[in-house]
Design a binder for this molecule. Structure first.
Ligand SMILES: [Zn+2]
Length: 342
């Protein structure tokens, strides 16, 4: 029937047009470019836990305990993803710290571009000042970008930048953030501000305040020593500190110096990885990328329970989820120390 045939033709035409448009969009997004979002991680990305299971992870943007007060878009799981060269450099730094009965603790690793975009959007919402008292008590929200505390593009999206601190072992007690709890300025003395088992660095993590400058002259004594310990340990392994934030380090020989990724923070982003559409050729990656397997480090444990003290199985029973470091004090680090340095 002509009328039906015409309708069918129109339907087919519309479907074809939609398909062509979709194909065009897909090919555009697949074309290499400095800021192209990508759905999956290039194969140079790893989960830090697979390279070093002893490094503590407290991925703040997966939780509500961050300057926005909400879990940040793109953080599907509390996982630290990094490029392999950066992760292996952290592993070397961790080996040095474990010999001193200390450990690294990461707060943020790879950060998808959509998360950075969410920060921009949040900054435009002048009414939302939920977390001001803790995270930016002395800076107006509308000045966080102009004063350099936030950026419209973050090095974290390149996968070789990490926010971290040092924890004295055995890790001390702390407790999870409870939404709605009374907030204390991040620049307050350690005993008053939000409890963190980090060594005292003079401010909390993500403290948008001039006291967070790594070498701020008002930071003295052991706080300064602790910042220097973190800096010396990481610089020795090829990281560079951002002078405005004691916690922010970038691996100098990053494999993707010009690419800002957008795949979600989740192990699944790696499982489907293997495509390498970023400008850098994986075979030309600088540093130790892809040249060493993770077999030299413990496998990620399957349990969140601590192993028995002094167990020789320590490396396979290290509790790793967010819960493990929060509520109790464990004796496992000494056994990890032996396992890792033997
Ligand atoms: Zn950072």
């Amino acid at each position: 029937m002509p009328r039906h045939a015409g309708a069918a033709r129109a339907l087919v035409t519309r479907a074809l047009a939609a398909l062509l448009a979709a194909a065009g969009a897909a090919s555009c997004s697949a074309a290499p470019g400095p800021t192209d979002p990508q759905a999956t991680a290039p194969r140079q990305f790893v989960a830090l836990r697979d390279v070093d299971a002893t490094i503590m992870e407290e991925i703040r943007y997966h939780t509500r305990h961050n300057f926005t007060g909400e879990p940040v878009p793109g953080y599907r799981t509390p996982t630290c993803l990094l490029t392999r060269p950066a992760a292996e450099a952290l592993h070397r730094a961790q080996r040095a710290l474990l010999r001193q009965e200390r450990s690294l603790k990461v707060y943020d690793c790879y950060r998808p571009k959509r998360a950075v975009d969410a920060f921009v959007e949040w900054s435009n919402d002048a009414d939302n000042q939920t977390m001001k008292r803790e995270f930016y008590p002395r800076v107006d929200k509308d000045r966080l970008f102009s004063e350099g505390y936030l950026a419209r593009r973050s090095g974290h999206s390149r996968g070789s930048t990490v926010d971290l601190t040092v924890v004295e072992l055995p890790a001390g007690r702390t407790r999870p953030y409870r939404p709605g709890q009374e907030l204390v300025p991040c620049h307050a003395p350690r005993k008053k501000r939000f409890p963190d088992n980090s060594m005292d660095m003079g401010t909390g993590f993500d403290c948008f305040d001039s006291l967070s400058r790594t070498l701020d002259p008002r930071i003295r004594g052991e706080q300064r020593t602790h910042r220097q310990l973190l800096r010396d340990t990481l610089e020795r392994e090829g990281f560079v500190n951002f002078p405005g934030e004691w916690w922010h380090y970038t691996y100098r020989r990053e494999p993707f110096p010009d690419t800002y990724f957008d795949f979600p923070v989740a192990r699944e982003s790696l499982a489907r990885g293997g495509s390498d559409r970023a400008p850098s050729d994986p075979s030309s990656s600088r540093g130790p990328a892809g040249t060493r397997s993770a077999a030299t480090t413990p496998s990620p444990p399957r349990t969140a329970s601590p192993g028995p003290p002094n167990s020789r199985r320590a490396s396979s029973t290290i509790p790793l989820s967010l819960e493990w470091w929060a509520p109790r004090q464990y004796t496992w680090p000494q056994t990890v120390h032996r396992a890792k340095t033997s």
